[in-house]
Design a protein around this ligand. Structure first.
Ligand code: GCO
Ligand code: MN
Ligand code: MN
Length: 389
């Protein structure tokens, strides 16, 4: 039987240079894998197979202190690797967190010169992304936060962040770039408290922007799980607002440090409902695996890691179809979702007549409370489908 879980570029799966290029360095230990050049990482992704595109931070591609000659050599090697592997660039972003200049944030820094430098660095990184055809521009404010609340006035910090995004939207428009901005929330790590800790915070923030129409969100599984939240609910809200511009797929044990695990490896049931949500909603954007292989992995295992992310997505996609077509599930859903056309028509739109009708209705609370809700059966059947029974 042919393998049904082989990805193709049409699946729009992407990886960042920093994901498969991760060297295994952590706060306690040195790298366990050699550092690869951008071109070598693209070649590795070519070997993985079926990947659509690659993403980068400005300094993943061009080191912060590279000379012009070095930069143009790197770009030319990178371009050749993209050609060789038939990969493209989907998303670009700015590294506003590694350099010590940004130790207290970038757009929300208390230092006007740091804020100006952050804008300059982002505009240059936007130019770089556009040069390679990136369509999405991600903003992850890793250092935009505090350890002690006395350090920053949070109202002022929010205002500074808004001003920066307004400025950069205008820059994108002025340069004729077709970027969609995607704001990525995270509650902590590396700061004790990062501003805009959840996707919901950013969704509310977007409505206050001058060019809110070009700004959406980039939710990440691990980040909502770090906050103890249901990721699918965050994604659903973004979908409902028409703001799911990008997504970072990975996995994360609840209550742990930022783990960036292979997609679906820690919470397969949550991953299943997420894939089902994205597929049901016909999400058309890029699906970026912002994850990295275990520190113990060698190159061959990194390739397995990347294949595993995509394979798990495709397996869960098939499971989602099975779930929707399953006779038991269908019957249960029918039982649970009690239709009421006339009632729905009443509440669909306010009119005084509708209000009067609702006010005059008599509800049998006891009967309502007695209607069966066999969610145990539903969940058990879900688990059996997932476990392949
Ligand atoms: C993290 C973040 C980053 C961002 C990346 C792109 O936890 O470190 O997820 O990987 O996604 O900087 O903006
Ligand atoms: Mn992350
Ligand atoms: Mn991310």
């Amino acid at each position: 039987m042919p393998d049904r879980y082989v990805p193709t570029p049409k699946d729009k799966f992407t990886f960042g240079l920093w994901t498969v290029g991760n060297t295994g360095r952590d706060p306690f230990g040195l790298p366990t894998r050699p550092s690869l050049s951008p071109a070598q990482i693209v070649d590795l992704l070519g070997e993985v197979g079926g990947v659509c595109a690659v993403n980068f931070h400005d300094n993943d591609l061009i080191p912060i202190d590279a000379t012009e000659a070095e930069a143009s050599q790197i770009k030319s090697d990178f371009t050749k690797a993209l050609k060789r592997t038939k990969l493209r660039v989907a998303m670009a972003t700015t590294n506003l967190f590694s350099d010590p200049a940004f130790r207290d944030g970038a757009f929300t820094s208390n230092d006007a010169e740091v804020r100006a430098y952050a804008l300059q660095k982002t505009m240059r990184a936007m130019d770089l992304g556009a040069e390679f055809g990136a369509q999405v521009y991600v903003f992850w404010g890793g250092r935009e936060g505090i350890e002690t609340d006395g350090a920053k006035d949070p109202v002022e910090a929010e205002g500074r962040f808004r001003q920066a995004i307004d400025f950069l939207c205008a820059y994108s428009i002025d340069r004729g770039y077709d970027y969609k901005f995607a704001l990525e929330a995270k509650p902590n790590e590396p700061r004790a408290h990062i501003f805009f800790p959840t996707t919901g915070h950013y969704l509310a923030f977007i409505s206050t922007l001058k060019h809110g129409e070009m700004v959406g969100v980039n939710p990440e599984v691990a980040h909502e799980h770090m906050a103890g939240l249901n990721f699918s609910h965050a994604v659903a809200q973004a979908l409902g607002a028409g703001k799911l511009f990008h997504i970072d797929l990975n996995d994360q044990e609840f209550g742990r440090f930022d783990q960036d695990f292979r997609f679906g490896s820690a919470n397969p049931k949550a991953a299943f409902f997420l894939v089902k949500l994205l597929e049901d909603a016909k999400y058309q954007g890029f699906k970026h695996f912002d994850a990295h292989a275990y520190r113990t992995s060698d190159r061959a295992d990194v390739i397995e890691f990347a294949r595993g992310c995509m394979r798990t997505y495709l397996i869960l996609k098939e499971k989602a179809r099975k779930w929707s077509e399953d006779a038991t599930i269908k019957a249960l859903l029918k039982q649970i979702n009690r239709a009421g056309k006339d009632l729905d028509a009443l509440s669909a739109k306010y009119s005084r007549a509708h209000a009067e009708t609702l006010l005059a209705m008599r509800f049998d609370r006891n009967a309502l409370a007695e209607r069966p809700l066999p969610y145990e059966r539903l969940d058990q059947r879900t688990m059996e489908i997932l476990m392949g029974v």
